[in-house]
Design a protein around this ligand. Sequence first.
Ligand SMILES: [Zn+2]
Length: 205
Amino acid sequence: MRIVLPGDEVSKADDRLPGEGVYKDGESLRSEYLGIVIDDGHVIKVKPFKRPPIPRVGSIVVGYVLSIIRGRIIQIQVYNLDGRIVQPFTVIAKPPEDILSAEHYARVGDFVRAKIIDDKKLIATLEGEDFGVILATCGRCNYPLLLKDESMAGKLTKLYCPICGNEETRKTAKDYNTFAKLALEKSVDYVMLDTYRQIPFEMKV
Ligand SMILES: [Zn+2]
């Protein structure tokens, strides 16, 4: 496999015909793209590499809470960026100042949907009713937690465990119960996979 940069000579102009992604420059044929050379001995082409999607301000990310740093900073492992499955990367989010501990906002293992607010430092927010925790499991028994009051979806609210009765607080996204109920019906793993694939498509932001 031969990889070339834009402007690299891929062949002498006398040897091959320029195909897609290749242009003639005097005696040379050069690549228009960063890509792979495809040469059939007659026509030479360059197939460009697909650019990996890059998080921008306003991009929507889906993943899970990897860790809570110093009780304040929520580190999120992202699997889906703007509707596309991506090589995992991490972003951070902070709860609002009036939330004393991030544990009352999101916890390790929660599935979350967030919006990028700083694409240099990779900072996201869970604020806004479309964003927040989309599925959390019980800290005691690992069963999916449900909203105590469905009208509070999209806000900071209490969740309960239908098995052990445990109650926990989270900043939920407005479609929290869609995923919680799916997790009860199928499994948490099912929702996780489905989440990374589909959530941004289902969103009506
Ligand atoms: Zn429980």
